[in-house]
Write a protein that binds this ligand. Sequence first.
Ligand code: THU
Length: 159
Amino acid sequence: MAKVMELKKIETEVRVFGYDELPAEDRELVDAAKGMTRNSYAPYSKFHVGAAIRMEDGRIVLGANQENAAYPSGTCAERTACFQASALYPGVRMRKIAVAAWTGGEFQGKPISPCGACRQALVEYEKLYGPMEVLLYGREGVYVLPSVSSLLPLTFTEF
Ligand code: THU
């Protein structure tokens, strides 16, 4: 007999804060991500992205997108940051990640959200260490998500 169709709904919780409403610790993380847009190497897209990860011990690990003439060889800010965090501090939980983008002479009004490849990379550390909160900065508001997996439901993790 044919299986009866079942409907599953997946919900993503996004809290939108004004920058000033964030706790000081989170403003510091967002500021670090904004500052890192200046370290982006983006001569091709001119889209400068910064990321900052708050580690379990409180330290902040930074990243910025790094492009390349052979386009796919470049890397996003989020992967630069999480790979650096894991390489420098293996085994230390990444508690939060903040992301900001600068283009056309200003920060983006609407937050940008990590690409699929970055979500996949980040979620692996989340599976190892526990939820990593996501703070996506925009001039019009900061989106706060409880975890990377909430951005990547039905995640492929292992086989
Ligand atoms: N990029 C990031 O660094 N993070 C994102 O979340 C989206 C896109 C970079 C990749 C590329 O260097 C440029 O932004 C344009 O896509």
